[in-house]
Design a protein around this ligand. Structure first.
Ligand code: CU
Length: 140
């Protein structure tokens, strides 16, 4: 009986100590003229836990499509590449910023004027969905 209790305690408590813990900081979306139908979003994704996690999907109320991109330079040409999943290492953080990783919002369904808000849902492999309200502004 004692051994069963100990095993139960171990199985109950071990997972709690080895989990990712995702925090999203300073989310913002670049304001664009109403004639443009795409824009980018940025934020800092921090993982305070001791297990890696992955950003695997993005949804929002401002566009029909949202993908994760990275800006890269190849042979002096700047391009954007689609990324299927982004690793957020344990006890570390990944910054989505102009010129690097960003969320590409395509087929916008709202006017993104400065001062507006965008609701972004980030889907993580282990932590599930995280909802953030991002500020729409010209630049950081
Ligand atoms: Cu892009």
């Amino acid at each position: 009986m004692v051994r069963i209790t100990v095993l139960l305690l171990i199985s109950l408590f071990i997972p709690a100590f080895s989990q990712p813990e995702i925090l999203i900081k300073d989310p913002w979306v670049r304001a664009v003229p109403p004639t443009m139908n795409m824009t980018a979003g940025y934020m800092v994704i921090e993982n305070k836990g001791d297990q890696d996690d992955y950003l695997i999907g993005i949804e929002s109320d401002i566009s029909k499509m949202a993908d994760l991109h990275v800006t890269v330079e190849e042979n002096n040409v700047v391009k954007m590449k689609h990324i299927k999943k982004l690793k957020i290492p344990a006890r570390s953080k990944v910054e989505l910023k102009p010129g690097g990783y960003h969320i590409m919002f395509m087929k916008l369904n709202k006017k993104l004027l400065p001062g507006k808000k965008a609701r972004i849902i980030l889907i993580f492999e282990k932590s599930g969905k995280k909802v953030v309200e991002a500020e729409v502004k010209m630049s950081n």
